[in-house]
Structure formats: C-alpha cells, structure tokens
Design a binder for this molecule. Sequence first.
Ligand SMILES: [Zn+2]
Length: 86
Amino acid sequence: MSHRRVGQAIAAGLVAAAAGALAWGWRRHGRGGGGAAGVEERTCECGQAFRVVGSGRHRVHWTAGAARDEAVLDGRCPACDRPLPS
Ligand SMILES: [Zn+2]
C-alpha cells in the first residue's frame, strides 16, 4: 500500500467515525451481533436502558436519554447500582 493509499484509508476511517458520531441522535438501535462500531442498546436487570459505544476498555455507557457528556463513569447502573454489563 502506498503512502497515498494509507492516507486515504485513514481519511476514510475519520469520515466513518464522524458519521457514527452524527448518527448518535437518531440511530436508536445498534446492529446486534458483533460490530465494534456504532451504538448498542443494553438493558440492565432492573430495566434501566443504556446506550453503549465502543468495546473492551473503550466501552462507554450512557443511560437512555442522557446527554453525551453524562456518561456513566463508575461502571455501575445509576438506578440499581449493579455493575454494568461489559
Ligand atoms: Zn440497574
């Protein structure tokens, strides 16, 4: 792969990331079954719904309807204090 091709690949990745961010507001249901990108929906055992983005150490949870800067930072459901599913 030439340097130009590498640059194009990186640019394409950035565009995809930006598109994913833009999709945040309206894409309510992630695709199940293993895509690392995009937004997933999870539901705690207590019924609290979450949006989940990323995977592994980069996974971030929000409660449904929370603002983007209101991520769940302590890894526990704010409704019932159970550890969040990972
Ligand atoms: Zn809960």
